[in-house]
Design a protein. Structure first.
Length: 95
């Protein structure tokens, strides 16, 4: 079972090797090892709820941008982000 910690506000780091950082009212950054991805998101009017725009998840950022994400990778990343939000007692709506 993975453990999480938050070394600073809005950054959630998993013992499974990934992190999620909420960049403000819009946007988040997901990281796995040396790969990062900016993901469109938006804080919703419902308290502690964020919408993730899954269509914005196309590829990793340079220098790892040569290969598009597979549907399986996208699903795994969304599941990881959801686990981080669950740990914080927040809700993630995938759109």
């Amino acid at each position: 079972m993975s453990e999480f910690h938050s070394p600073r506000p809005n950054l959630y780091v998993s013992s499974d090797g990934f992190s999620v950082e909420v960049m403000g009212r819009v946007g988040m950054r997901y990281a796995e090892g040396d790969r990062t991805m900016a993901i469109d998101s938006e804080v919703l009017a419902v308290p502690r709820t964020m919408a993730l725009i899954s269509s914005s998840m196309r590829a990793w950022e340079p220098p790892n941008d040569g290969v598009a994400l597979t549907p399986e990778e996208r699903a795994r990343i969304i599941a990881n982000i959801r686990r981080a939000f669950d740990w914080q007692g927040a809700d993630l709506q995938v759109m």
